[in-house]
Design a binder for this molecule. Sequence first.
Ligand code: DP6
Length: 390
Amino acid sequence: MVVYVASSTAPVNIATLKYWGKRDKILNLPTNSSISVTLCQDDLRTLTTASTSDLFENDQLWLNGEIHSLTSERTIMCLNDLRMLRKRLEDNDPLLPKISTWKLHIVSENNFPTAAGLASSAAGFAALISSISKLYQLPQSASELSKIARKGSGSACRSLFGGYVAWEMGELDNGEDSKAVEVAPKSHWPEMKACILVVSDHKKDVPSTSGMQLTVNTSDLFQYRIKQVVPNRFIEMKNSIIEKNFEKFAELTIKDSNSFHSVCLDSYPPIFYLNDTSKMIIKLINYLNEKNGKLIAAYTFDAGPNAVIYYLEEHESEVLGLLYKIFNKVKIGWENYKNLNKLSNFDNIAELETFDEIYKGVSRIILTQIGDGPMETEECLIDLETGLPK
Ligand code: DP6
């Protein structure tokens, strides 16, 4: 059988100005613009191989070894858009194989444990769109493709770029101007590091899609956030990145995480994503910044209790010094870190007693940094003889 294949990897992104609220649920059009940092794919990425053959009977997906159907409304919208763009190419060039009507087999794998509870849908949709666009040899730019990824999951549009990324909310009803754009490439400010504290929690979080609908429909504070707070913050945060002003960037990041979790609490009934461990981490980062007399670390939390701490390489010793002091008993995460002996020492500080127990609420630590956008790869997850996962 003839099987066409293409593979691509895509990164996770963590917002520093949060997307929360939709003005159109079907097209995933947001009520505010957002900004994120793309994380390094060595630590967190999805690898996807897309393949097509006239002998395949169904569109099918194998995700981390398990078979899934490709029938969710969101995925179908993405596949339809990609097939339409391919069809356009085929209509204009009679020599191109007519693969737009064939079924797809997709195999996808994350290099990080699903159990970590990190939002993998952004990397997942970005890798899906990137691999199929490569398979179809589409000429569209990353911004154009980001509009397709957005329909899969809003935050996925930002994973089409590396470095510092903005998702411009747009105004049009059809979403044609709601897309991701680069604020600055990784090379502009490559010193940005991230430490993810994976917080253990047994309760099931409210999924972000329904959480944001509840906030849009019930929170008064939310109206203030989207009208009075975010528009200015969006401009200020972009400037802080362009000017490489970490203190400003950190202040805005912290405030925006707080603002997002406030509108969650202001929803009716209220939504809580932060747990007691998350709140202690907030206090710890506050303590660290106060102790240093300036902002050297910024925390941010998505729709769950995990903390992401952004800091610059030049402050690694102070930031990780404190985090190691508190979280050295966490089993997974420190083993690959080479510079433990170079960390600042926080020994015998009575003030740290309050934080003695918080390591118990953290199951794993991921030390990473800013990273690149989707990348084509020769790695292939599909057996070309059978069209099935290897
Ligand atoms: C808190 O992108 O997962 O992480 O568009 O419904 O798929 P859907 O939502 P999703 O929401 C992410 C929300 C967030 C903030 C952010 O990433 O900007």
